[in-house]
Design a protein around this ligand. Structure first.
Ligand code: PLP
Length: 227
C-alpha cells in the first residue's frame, strides 16, 4: 500500500508542478509521526529519503532504528526551547522556528556542538490563533536577527494553511507565503534561501501550484495516525 501511495502522490505532485509550468525539484517529506518504524522502513525501501517528525523524543527513538542513517530528518512540529539541544543534535532541518526566543536557543545549542543548524522560519500567514508560527509582522525582524547569528542558517520559510472545507481557500495563504519567501531570498547569500515548505495531504497540490518546493505528507502515504 505504501509504495502505491507514494507513487500516486509523486504523480499528483508532478501534475501540479506541470500545471504551474514548473520544472524545478519538489521534495516529498514523508511525515512519519505516530507511525511505527516498520512503516518508515517500508517507505525508505520505496525510495523515501526525507522524513518528518513533530516530536523530538519520538524521532530520537526512531533514529536509533536506522543505524546507517541514510535518511534526512525534518523537525516539522512545534519545538520547545528546552528541547532545542536534542533537536539540534538529531535533525537535519528544523522547519518550526517560530519565535526569537527559540531561534536564539537553537543558535546557542548548535554553537555548543560546533554545528550550523539549517532552519526554516515558520510564519503564521493565516493568522490562526490555534497554530504556531511567528506573526507576519515579526517575520522581518526575526529574519534579520537570524542573519546575524553564526550557528543557524536560514534556508527558507514554512507555513501551514487552515483546514478549510474548500481546499481552494488555501491558495491565497500559500500565495502570501510565496511572496514572503521571494522577499527573503535577496536578503541572504545567494542560493541559501531555497526551501518553501508548505502543503500537506489535503492541500499539497495547491501549495505546489503556488510555489512550494517541499511538501509534508503523512496521511496520504501511511493512512490515518494511531494515537
Ligand atoms: C502532521 C503534519 C503534517 C502531515 O499532515 P497530513 O495531513 O497527515 O499529511 C504536515 N505538516 C505538519 C507541520 C504536521 O504536523
Amino acid at each position: 500500500m505504501i509504495k502505491e501511495n507514494i507513487e500516486a502522490i509523486e504523480k499528483r505532485m508532478a501534475d501540479a508542478a506541470a500545471r504551474a509550468g514548473r520544472s524545478d525539484t519538489v521534495t516529498l517529506i514523508a511525515v512519519t509521526k505516530n507511525h511505527p518504524v516498520e512503516c518508515m522502513k517500508e517507505a525508505a525501501a520505496d525510495g523515501i529519503v526525507n522524513v518528518g517528525e513533530n516530536r523530538v523524543q519520538e524521532a530520537m527513538e526512531k533514529i536509533k532504528e536506522f543505524p546507517e542513517n541514510h535518511l534526512v530528518w525534518h523537525l516539522i512540529g512545534h519545538l520547545q526551547t528546552n528541547k532545542a539541544k536534542q533537536a539540534v543534535a538529531h535533525f537535519d532541518l528544523i522547519h518550526s522556528i517560530d519565535s526569537e526566543h527559540l531561534l536564539k536557543a537553537v543558535d546557542k545549542e548548535a554553537g555548543k556542538i560546533g554545528k550550523v543548524q539549517d532552519i526554516l522560519l515558520q510564519v503564521n500567514v493565516a493568522r490562526e490563533e490555534s497554530k504556531f508560527g511567528m506573526e507576519v509582522e515579526d517575520f522581518p525582524r526575526i529574519s534579520a536577527l537570524a542573519k546575524e547569528l553564526t550557528h543557524v542558517r536560514v534556508c527558507g520559510l514554512m507555513c501551514m494553511a487552515p483546514n478549510f472545507d474548500n481546499v481552494e481557500d488555501t491558495r491565497p495563504i500559500f500565495r502570501i507565503a510565496h511572496a514572503l519567501y521571494e522577499d527573503m531570498k535577496p536578503q541572504f547569500p545567494e542560493g541559501q534561501v531555497r526551501y518553501l515548505s508548505m502543503g500537506m495531504t489535503h492541500d499539497f497540490e495547491i501549495a505546489i501550484e503556488e510555489g512550494a518546493n517541499m511538501v509534508r505528507v503523512g496521511t496520504a502515504i501511511f493512512g490515518p495516525r494511531q494515537y
